[in-house]
Design a protein around this ligand. Sequence first.
Ligand SMILES: CC(C)(COP(=O)(O)OP(=O)(O)OC[C@H]1O[C@@H](n2cnc3c(N)ncnc32)[C@H](O)[C@@H]1OP(=O)(O)O)[C@@H](O)C(=O)NCCC(=O)NCCS
Length: 133
Amino acid sequence: MIREFGWDDYPAVRDLWHVTARSALPEDELRATVDHGPGLLLVAEDRNAAVIGVVLGTFDGRRGWIHRLAVHPGHPGNGLATALVSELERRLIERGAPRINLLVMPDNAAGLTFWQRLGYLPCPDVLCSKPVC
Ligand SMILES: CC(C)(COP(=O)(O)OP(=O)(O)OC[C@H]1O[C@@H](n2cnc3c(N)ncnc32)[C@H](O)[C@@H]1OP(=O)(O)O)[C@@H](O)C(=O)NCCC(=O)NCCS
């Protein structure tokens, strides 16, 4: 089942990010992100209501973004990631996003393959970043 995240889910989501080698957003950072864009943090749960998948979306008013997709390694290839992304896409489109972006780490070939299957293709843009505090 795909549903919206609730704060009781945070420990399970944090553990899921750790077990899938995603960096876990600290709770205060996640709260700020969710407060800014409610309804875009989704989880998948199994029959026992355990959280086994997560995806975070943001909408900056112009573009939708997908962050930190993770599915528990005990449930590979069951379509959970596809279902999470599909529901998040629906919500981002509903908010007016004409395009959805995401970043893939250069060493994550499997992740890139997954995204390409869903139509997310590499762009020539180069990410530039500057720490400001
Ligand atoms: C990548 C990940 C999200 C896939 O989750 P999943 O629930 O197993 O994915 P799905 O079952 O929805 O798979 C969708 C398609 O991608 C393919 N796929 C999934 N994982 C794959 C992998 N590791 N290598 C190659 N293809 C893969 C599936 O075979 C499937 O293709 P099909 O429809 O032709 O059968 C999951 O393995 C994961 O959490 N990995 C670690 C974190 C990560 O890499 N996150 C995303 C990248 S930023």
